[in-house]
Design a protein around this ligand. Sequence first.
Ligand code: 5AD
Ligand code: SF4
Length: 353
Amino acid sequence: MIERKEIIEMLAIDNDQELEQLFAKAYQVKTENVGNKVFYRGIVEFSNICTKNCLYCGIRKDNKNVDRYEMTDDEIIEAAMWAHDSHYGSVVLQSGERSDAAFVNRINSLLKSIKKRSNGKLGITLSVGEQSKETFERWYEAGAHRYLLRIETSNKELYKKYHPENHSYDTRLQALRNLKKTGWQTGTGVLIGLPGQTVEHLADDILFFKDFDVDMIGMGPYIVHNDTPMKSYSDSVYPENNLNLALKMIAVARIVLEDINIASTTALQAINPTGRELGLRAGANIIMPVITDVKYRSNYLLYEGKPCLDENAVQCRSCLERRIATAGESVGYDQWGDSPHYYRKRQIRSHNR
Ligand code: 5AD
Ligand code: SF4
């Protein structure tokens, strides 16, 4: 077991040579445990309507400068089928958080339609926030099997600092526990580089992932959005530092957790055009190409500088393939690319479909 002290040391590395060694080590652990194939999850950002008010997020409820949208059922199913026809293997359905009955029922029927249309072949990940245990059970029954719910930070003080009073760390943690209990492949993650966040906090995040026994991680650099209350901290946020810290977090997560899936998130690319390739070199093995229709993309801005707002899904497909080849990897087309950890801990074989 790697000690907290060692984790802190790895996260604190600040010279190029040691950094290269860290990434090389993480890459080795990655290839030994999950191979060097990248798996895709085409992400459909189907609505930016959110009932929450996380202080860092551009689509928080109180941001009145956002045009709120909701894709139609047909548009969502069409996007999912495009991913299927393009051999992506999986999709992520993501939106702001809602838990009203109409929303819950709608997701339920969407899941069933997509499963039916793809003959059960398209893997579905959901990323639509905190829900009740019953809802998690219903959606799992309906055919989705992976869920992303970031803890955002495992430090209660920081959580409190960057969320309004009525957002609860304990409720979020309970939701994660309920997901796991229901059988979902459960993914979480944190924001990296929040003002006031230290390498000790981040080391504790890694230990949180380990202790919770997560199957997947999606995490990325914190990036300021100018229409949020956190704009006032802009002067203390250094994008390049946050990018480096995020790459180190990916590397350390790979070294410590070994056989889980780790996403190279779009936020990395918002800071550096080759950010996602760097993520793959640092130990990530999942990419979530945005397949949301271009007409909605500019309204789904959680942070400033989100890339590829004008590129449609077809353009993204060829651009990405080039980028992945540059990183020395290939794409695992037509596969779910599930977390090996999920199956290993249950000692069962992956059915892959
Ligand atoms: N910078 C980076 N990531 C952000 N998210 C929300 N706002 C920001 C931001 N300003 C992340 C949160 C959320 C995920 C969907 O997007 O971690 O869980
Ligand atoms: Fe809503 Fe998620 Fe943004 Fe929080 S981070 S305001 S829950 S979309």
